[in-house]
Design a binder for this molecule. Structure first.
Ligand code: ZN
Length: 155
């Protein structure tokens, strides 16, 4: 298995835990020098805090474990393309690369997020982070889209 798939699978596992806890299924992993330095999952419902996105939780996990220098030059793996908040937090913390499972255009609710792409946002922010898209894309998209359907059925 290639490195990208290996780490994305860890992020997917995190996303599945989110789902088991009735949160939106998003998982994130921070990797530096092939080592996982932080893990996170969406816990917005669990913590009743809309800022607790997977990527933010992973950044905090890494900072708490290794200090805030650790995130500099790290790669962030996330099952869903990051929102502007998480993207900017990654910029602040010196993340050099973001590997994305499902991009916004694969989300069935993509309209709710506007028409931006991560690259367009980075351009607006005038910041450079290397972006790699569509790693285990269908698995990540299914996770999100199935949750959307389930959520709608339950309402
Ligand atoms: Zn976010």
């Amino acid at each position: 298995m290639k490195d990208n798939e290996y780490y994305m699978n860890i992020a997917i596992r995190e996303a599945r835990i989110s789902l088991a806890d009735s949160n939106p299924p998003v998982g994130a992993v921070l990797v530096k020098s092939k080592k996982v330095i932080g893990k996170g999952r969406n816990i917005t419902f669990l913590k009743n805090n809309d800022l607790k996105h997977a990527e933010i939780v992973a950044l905090f996990d890494s900072i708490e474990r290794y200090g805030q220098e650790a995130t500099k030059g790290a790669t962030l793996f996330t099952t869903l393309a990051p929102c502007p908040m998480c993207l900017w937090a990654s910029v602040i913390m010196g993340v050099k690369k973001i590997v994305i499972g499902c991009n916004h255009d694969s989300r069935e609710d993509s309209e709710s997020f506007g028409s931006y792409t991560v690259n367009k946002l980075l351009e607006m922010m005038d910041k450079k982070i290397q972006i790699e898209l569509d790693i285990l894309e269908s698995e990540c998209a299914d996770l999100w889209n199935n949750w959307l359907h389930k959520d709608r059925i339950n309402k």
